[in-house]
Design a protein around this ligand. Sequence first.
Ligand SMILES: Cc1cc2nc3c(=O)[nH]c(=O)nc-3n(C[C@H](O)[C@H](O)[C@H](O)COP(=O)(O)OP(=O)(O)OC[C@H]3O[C@@H](n4cnc5c(N)ncnc54)[C@H](O)[C@@H]3O)c2cc1C
Length: 345
Amino acid sequence: MDVVVTGGAGFIGANLCRLLGAAPGIGRIVALDDLSTGSRSNLPHDGRIELREGSILDRAALDAACTEADAIVHLAARPSVPRSLADPVASHEVNASGTVAVLEAARRAGDVHVIVASVEPALAGRGQASFVVPEKTPGLSMGQKFSKMGIRASHTAEVVLEDCRIPGSCLLGGKDRLDERLARARDGQRSQSQAAMATFEATRPAVGAQALGIARAAYEYALDYAKERKQFGRAIVENQAIAFKLADMKTRIDGARLLVWRAAWMAATRKPYLNGEGSMSKLVAGETAVHVTEEAIQILGGYGYVRDYPVERWHRDSKIYTIFEGTSEIQRLVIARAISGVRVQ
Ligand SMILES: Cc1cc2nc3c(=O)[nH]c(=O)nc-3n(C[C@H](O)[C@H](O)[C@H](O)COP(=O)(O)OP(=O)(O)OC[C@H]3O[C@@H](n4cnc5c(N)ncnc54)[C@H](O)[C@@H]3O)c2cc1C
């Protein structure tokens, strides 16, 4: 079977083409060059893939390619892309056995909620406990689902608790440990850290690693683009104004990566974060992702701002990393308190 591949899915597109090429029964692949830069530059060179001028919206190119093929695979980076392009694809006359495959991100809601509640309000933050609460618990319901600026493939909704009674069996860590911790807090003894905060501190390197992935994708895409795009007779990367941006992007990414690796290594070897190292990794990785993705938009110029290219999406996705799992301000607070021993407000 011969296949036409079209559409943008960033670097994933090249891997999908590879998988497609390895699938039994696939003969020749005609790739239209509306594939994103990352996909195009990473296509395998095995002689079976032909890169051809054209796009899914270019009727003539699509016609020509489809008369030779049995199927069209449209690689869509965003669910909105296949929807808006559904008509031209669906109404297109390909061979009688023609197939249109649209690849979209899947979405799945969780089965349990982890809820942090005050069990002894007089002890403030030290009087809290975490509960694992099944979704079907009476009194627990889902509120509105939010429409977000970025990470739109992830489901974010209100969790409403109304007269929700949670049995002691849902207590995370068990009652004995909670009783011991509360007794220490009542006696005024210092515990090493507050349980919920300690959990966040440990999960922050993983969240930092996600932010780093977005920053890296945007940097690699912008670097490829800057080498390819010619203006005023030369590739735009030959201008210091662009090359220095890329140098700064790479430097900041590598710095953030080392902080993430250090925090992950400390967690793996059970070394305590005495200076807020978990927070440092997430703070720097999150802010790096916002900065790098914005610079990537600038490097792509007008194409950076339009939705046909993935960098504007990466920028929208990156912003959450300065907000959830502790805002950047709170990360600085954690680090400031850890290094000074002062309860900075
Ligand atoms: C997409 C998404 C997913 C989320 N997922 C989860 C989740 O799975 N679980 C969960 O528990 N929460 C989740 N959250 C909530 C998220 O963690 C909070 O939005 C975030 O911690 C900020 O809290 P807030 O919105 O109440 O802002 P506020 O606390 O009102 O803060 C507003 C501003 O004031 C600053 N600020 C507040 N207090 C201080 C202070 N003491 N010192 C200095 N600055 C301060 C903040 O940094 C921020 O800039 C999610 C949020 C979003 C948007």
